[in-house]
Design a protein around this ligand. Sequence first.
Ligand SMILES: [Zn+2]
Length: 289
Amino acid sequence: MRFPVPALAVLAALTGAAPAAAQEPLHLAVYVADSSSFHVTSTLIYGATEAVLVDAQFQNSEAEKLADRIAATGRRLKAILISHPDDDHYIGLAVLRQRFPGTPIYMSAAALSEFKRTSARYLAGSRSFQPSETPDSLPTPELLPSRQLLIDGAAVKVVTDVQGDAFVPSNSFVWVPSLRAVVAGDIVFNGVHVWLANSNQRTRTAWRHSLDRIAALHPRVVVAGHKRDAGLEDSPDAVEATRAYLTAFERAVHDASNADEVVAAMRQEFPDLSLAGILTRAARVAVPN
Ligand SMILES: [Zn+2]
């Protein structure tokens, strides 16, 4: 992830001049965690003076590194948006709240409802699984006040409560028109197996409609919710790759008599994807032995 030297912000501070808000285009910086955090991404969308963060990481240590990079940009962190109510996207919120006090944390209506229903259980699970990487408590996000967020006067749109990798349609994606960029959260995966342990045939069909909506925007950039490494391009090809994975999984489940057969078929078709453990979990849910 390339975070810039905050030259314009420094200049504005030195001269007392108003920042050249609308003149600087928006930028994206994508942070990618290591495999112990399932290569989950966080994306900073930033202009000359302001920034919005999408997703907050799964581990305290990753959230600290992310916070360092945000601070180094010199931009004011105006808001944090959590793309959907899965713990790998929000356990880092306690660190970010400490590092950026006063920055509001937003979720869509369905995501917030799910967060309130499930986050205590997820937090307890994280504490038993990775105690040193889990905070004692989490800030509760607030309801996203508008589907349009302004960053130095430039609008970005939040498309809320569509179907992604959660059972309930509670995934949001962000559309940055000036960059033709989509920050997709866990509607799109890039270079890793797709999280299907909280899905069924009905939700996977609805999920494909969400991919249709993203493709219809004809994006030039699509940032996946998880990607294999930071060097991997944020290509819109990931949308069709995710669709192909969903279709192949449906076929593998239909043809298999047990979970191992699903895993074997998918690994044969997608030999290069990381996070094979995710596939195993998905197969065991879809075809219980
Ligand atoms: Zn995720």
